[in-house]
Design a protein around this ligand. Structure first.
Ligand code: PLP
Length: 398
């Protein structure tokens, strides 16, 4: 097969779509007014921001007044955790419940809060990468201020029982936040029906640009500001509105949620073909639950290969993929997510994440399935670790 370019790293970031770019363009050059200005061009920008807010709200079943734009998913996560802690600390609530396999936007914020005197319980996950609502319930204490559990994991794509966890939090009267950066636009979400109090989302995972996010705050929850300054976002989040990015996020979320079920079905079928194809190789294992996972996520450990070498060789063949999360690749530590499933260090090191989307064609899948086995075979031939595995297999069979 001829060499082709296959972008299979959509969990790291996505390409800005043409529709999104077209929606943004007027706000760079013609409608560039400050959304706080009272003349017509300012009002036009303000109207565009409010239209985008309505689209974001509709996509997740919220009211527009419950949506605040931020600079990214990480900011939304920080605002949720730091805001709730600051608000409830005077009432003696200085405990956070989260899980061991959250994104670093949550984990590192928790570490920072621990240094400030807060206590954090990190709930473990099952070997399939699923959080048990019962474990969350048992971790909640009298002094718990907030529970934060991600909607879908960024590395292994597992989807969590969010409604059940929200119900547990409601029963215990604790605020529930979910980091839904990987889930929005990929699975159906209804914050009101599901009982979610706070939700973080980000534009660049759904074909909007990098550096735009939003937070949903259930009506009645008023958190201290994270960013202080001007009166933007109804005095809750200062900073001149990034109008083109906000408009782009609105269009992107509208497009991503329009045909979510049909899209998911097609992407899931292609994903399953990739999973089945790679699992035919000996000494491979799928990481994360097979059913409760994002449509586009493939995460497979391939013994006897090094993740970094695999990525470089795939890149030489035109395939963009990831090993561990985008934020941790470049570090030699195995991914905390894979370790949380109970994987051994050397197995976690040889993991491959492919995250496909609606732009990944059947031909792209064919190409992945042709290239990956060849590359794995080459790397294994050079690997002392693979030699050891083969010897162990031979001993077992004798
Ligand atoms: N949360 C999760 C689950 C993510 O996957 C990411 C990005 O990879 C983030 C938060 C951070 O989002 P952003 O890059 O918009 O700050």
């Amino acid at each position: 097969m001829e060499k082709r370019f296959v972008y299979a790293d959509n969990a790291a970031t996505t390409q800005v779509s043409e529709e999104v770019l077209n929606a943004m363009m007027p706000y760079f050059r013609t409608e560039y007014g400050n959304a706080s200005s009272i003349y017509a061009m300012g009002r036009s920008a303000q109207k565009a921001v409010e239209e985008a807010r309505a689209k974001v709200a509709k996509a997740i079943g919220a009211d527009p007044s419950e949506i605040f734009f931020t600079s990214c998913g990480s900011e939304s996560d920080n605002w949720a955790l730091r805001g709730v802690c600051e608000k409830l600390a005077p009432k003696g609530k200085k405990h956070i419940v989260t899980t061991v396999f959250e994104h670093h936007a949550i984990l590192h914020t928790c570490k920072a809060l621990e240094k400030m005197g807060y206590e954090v319980t990190y709930v473990p996950v099952s070997d399939k990468g699923i959080v048990a609502p019962e474990d969350i319930k048992n971790a909640i204490r009298e002094d718990t201020a907030i529970v934060s559990v991600m909607y879908a994991n960024n590395e292994i794509g597992t989807i969590q029982p969010i409604s059940e966890i929200a119900a547990v939090c409601k029963e215990k009267n604790v605020i529930f936040h979910t980091d839904a950066v990987q889930a929005v636009g990929h699975v159906e979400i209804d914050v009101h029906k599901q009982g979610i109090d706070l939700l973080s989302l980000s534009g660049h995972k759904i074909h909007a640009q990098k550096g735009i996010g939003a937070i949903y705050m259930r009506k009645g929850i008023v958190l201290p500001n994270l960013i202080n300054g001007g009166a933007q976002e109804r005095n809750r989040r200062a900073g001149t509105e990034n109008v083109p990015a906000i408009v782009g996020l609105g269009r992107a979320i509208e497009l991503a949620t329009a045909d979510i079920a049909e899209k998911a079905e097609i992407i899931t079928a292609r994903r399953n073909r990739i999973i089945d194809g790679i699992l035919r190789l000996p000494h491979t294992r799928l990481n994360g639950d097979r059913e409760k996972r994002l449509p586009g996520n493939v995460n497979i450990s391939i013994e006897g290969v090094e993740g970094e070498s695999l990525l470089l060789m795939l890149d030489m063949n035109g395939i963009c993929a990831s090993s561990g999360s985008a934020c941790t690749s470049g570090s030699l530590d195995p991914s905390h997510v894979l370790l949380s499933l109970g994987l051994k260090h050397e197995v976690a090191h040889g993991s491959l994440r492919l995250s496909i989307d609606e732009n990944t064609s059947d031909e792209d899948v064919d190409y992945i399935l042709e290239v990956v086995p060849k590359v794995v075979e080459r790397l294994r031939l050079m690997s002392p670790l693979w030699e050891k595995i083969l010897k162990e297999d031979a001993n077992k069979n004798n």
